[in-house]
Design a protein around this ligand. Structure first.
Ligand code: FAD
Length: 325
């Protein structure tokens, strides 16, 4: 028997869609493993979030609205999650495959001497054990890995890979006692706005990304943002655009940036290098707008619009706005 524990990422009580995807997954896995489904919500706004989570099919939501969680870097979070995991017993711990999730996951693995699977898009149960399916090398290879002889398995799951389904008997909310720990030393002095951009980008149903072909920072605001707004999406970028300082690195998509899986990905003035491709190839529909019909992105796009982005995008935005109207 194994339990399943979801660690909830949020900022001041505002959570991501992936929270509800993982809550749903926690229930399904727990049922298959004969265990119980839990969530851990920490920090400012946690109590309200725990109430919201009651509509998801979890057994227990563990809460600590402790200011230390937001005041100090990551250590209090690890202490709290470890304490819930040890009290719950052998479990699979689910986190979103985001900057936060990966950060917490790696520390938990060391703390709990656990196994680790990253960027997981599906689960299989093999002989009562969880096997994690994860695309590697930009989706060229799909791996299926099970945890071997470990009490705890830590999983970061790809946002948008699992359905979220509310409904449940109403989880019990339990306060977590403050864990005994060494004094915390890494204090958060300041959080820059840039980091919050991630919330929108990784979960947006539509991503409109720009590359070197845009020639400077302005088109991101004047061309891509209006198109993304019209489609209810977010703006992303290639590394060339981020390296040039046209957009913050928090918008970079690819091997050394973020992985996104929107329903629609529009690549504007992006050539489609492999390092970019690995961050967006799992998008539902890929549209490339490029003046070069033979750019590599054409090979893995569903639709290629050949032409100058500067004339295509304003027309496209107008059409979409008119259609919406
Ligand atoms: C270790 C490593 C990690 C990397 N990680 C990443 C990563 O995470 N993400 C990433 O993106 N890259 C990454 N790269 C860089 C990657 O190899 C490419 O250099 C980069 O993706 C190219 O960006 P780009 O497509 O915007 O620019 P380019 O390759 O220069 O392509 C520009 C495109 O714009 C088109 N274009 C030009 N003008 C117009 C116009 N007016 N209208 C329409 N189209 C136009 C051109 O035809 C061209 O296809 C990494 C590289 C390395 C070595």
């Amino acid at each position: 028997m194994q339990h399943v524990i979801e660690v909830v990422e949020h900022r001041g009580g505002q959570t991501r869609k992936v929270t509800f995807e993982l809550a749903t997954q926690a229930r399904q896995l727990a049922d298959k493993l004969g265990g119980t489904a839990h969530a851990v919500v920490l920090g400012n706004g946690a109590a309200q979030l725990a109430e919201n989570l009651k509509t998801y099919p979890l057994d227990i939501v563990h809460v600590a609205e402790d200011p230390d969680v937001d005041l100090f870097l990551i250590d209090p979070t690890i202490d709290y999650v470890e304490s819930v995991a040890r009290a719950t017993g052998p479990s699979v711990i689910l986190l979103p495959n985001t900057m936060y999730g990966r950060d917490v996951a790696s520390r938990l693995v060391a703390r709990l001497d656990a196994g680790m699977a990253a960027d997981v898009t599906a689960f299989e149960i093999e002989s009562g054990r969880v096997a994690c399916v994860a695309p590697k090398l930009g989706g060229v290879t799909i791996t299926t890995c099970a945890f071997k002889d470990t009490e705890y398995g830590v999983v970061t799951a790809r946002p948008n890979a699992f359905p979220a389904q509310s409904g449940g008997k109403g989880a019990r909310v339990e306060q977590i006692a403050k864990p005994q720990s060494k004094p915390y030393v890494m204090r958060v002095e300041n959080e820059v706005e840039e980091a919050s951009g991630e919330l929108g980008l990784e979960e947006a149903p539509v991503v409109v990304s720009g590359g070197r072909g845009l020639g400077g920072p302005e088109p991101f605001a004047t061309l891509l943002k209006p198109l993304a707004d019209a489609l209810g999406g977010a703006v992303g970028a290639s590394r060339a655009a981020a390296d040039a300082g046209w957009v913050p690195y928090s918008l970079q998509i690819g091997q050394t940036g973020k992985t996104v899986s929107p329903n629609l990905y529009i690549a504007v003035g992006i050539s489609g290098a492999i390092q970019h491709k690995v961050g967006m190839r799992s998008a539902g529909t890929i549209v490339a707008i490029n003046k070069d019909a033979s750019a590599p992105i054409a090979e893995f796009s569903d639709l290629v619009v050949v032409g100058d982005a500067f004339s295509i995008i304003p027309e496209l935005t107008k059409l979409i706005e008119a259609e919406k109207g």
